[in-house]
Design a protein around this ligand. Structure first.
Ligand code: BG6
Length: 315
């Protein structure tokens, strides 16, 4: 019998594209419906690849990088915590290796979340959370830095962007001090034709010139030899732009990260690095490393801190 006022059939759900996330053999790969993708090794929670929708690789990874967990990965985005550089011997981190232990320990994948895209046909971003806590370190490392901590590192892949956010929790009763930094190796076509803007009038420590302090005079900084500088830009200048052949190729925006290291080892230094290949690869990378490294961030027992940086690809 034909019913009057029959309820309209429920429309079948529109095909809604979601990001794919695959974790195999401690390597996680996430891909957006747009084609943007990211690869993260659980070893160090190191991002080793970031590609935009057209398949262009945005990070430099050495072809000789150890990917088997035997040493920190050379390239991508190693994570520096709880100390940057060689630790001062008279500090609580004094026994740790250069750049700390976050980049050479296995993290766990905590899960993914994607943005709500009401009215759209596909998710625009995916957030991947990774965790490392004191209980996951080996006894030797715990002895060297016996703090009760928890880290959550969130990597958010967007259309043409990558955000790195580090959340540090002090789970103990005593305060501890830390430094942290995202050691990002950006892929550039030719370092000699690459410039950096957004650092004019920033104070910096030049590690190549005896770690003396200087003030940047150029708003179009071009590396012309080994460069290893820790800049403290004016707090209102939260953006740094990398230009290639005169056009912006990356914009990096920081939150709660007062410093930015600019590093390129140049020809001679790179020659001496066993895990850096090809040897002329120094021409094709520029480290722009946002962090909090000039002083120590003190975290009281039970407190938490967060800092983040977003890289946008402009090419
Ligand atoms: C940079 C430092 O962040 O990392 C440089 O400023 C250092 O001084 C470089 O040489 C590479 O460090 P590592 O430990 O990865 O060889």
């Amino acid at each position: 019998m034909e019913r009057k006022n029959r309820p309209a059939p429920i429309p079948s759900s529109p095909s809604f594209q979601q990001p794919s996330v695959d974790l195999t053999d401690n390597v996680l790969t996430a891909r957006l419906p747009s084609g943007d993708s990211v690869t993260v090794y659980l070893y160090g929670a190191t991002v080793t690849s970031w590609k935009t929708a057209n398949g262009a690789e945005k990070l430099f990874l050495s072809s000789a990088a150890a990917l088997d967990g035997s040493k920190p990965i050379r390239g991508g985005i190693p994570l520096v915590f709880p100390v940057f550089g060689p630790p001062p011997k008279d500090h609580a981190t004094g026994q740790l290796p250069q750049h700390g232990f976050a980049r050479n320990n296995f993290w766990e994948f905590l899960g993914k979340s994607s943005t709500e895209s009401t009215g759209k046909k596909a998710d625009d971003s995916v957030k991947l959370d990774f965790g490392l806590s004191s209980g996951m370190l080996d006894e030797a490392t715990r002895k060297k830095w016996p703090q009760d901590f928890g880290l959550v590192y969130s990597v958010t892949l967007g259309k043409g962007s990558l955000k790195c956010a580090l959340h540090v929790q002090n789970k103990g009763a005593e305060a501890f001090e830390f430094q942290c930094l995202f050691h990002t190796y950006l892929a550039v076509k030719d370092i000699t034709k690459t410039s950096i803007s957004g650092l004019a009038s920033a104070n910096y420590i030049d590690k190549v010139r005896g770690a003396h302090p200087f003030t940047e005079s150029s708003n179009n900084l071009v590396c012309s030899g080994e460069t290893d500088r820790v800049y403290t830009p004016n707090p209102s200048d939260s953006k740094i732009t990398v230009n290639e052949a005169g056009k912006p190729s990356f914009v990096m925006t920081r939150e709660s990260l007062p410093q930015t290291t600019v590093w390129n080892g140049w020809e001679e230094k790179i020659k001496g690095m066993g895990d850096f290949e090809p040897k002329d690869g120094w021409k094709r990378y520029l480290c722009i490393e946002p962090g909090s490294v000039n002083s120590w961030t003190k975290l009281e027992g039970g407190d938490a801190w967060e800092g983040s940086a977003t890289y946008e690809s402009k090419l």
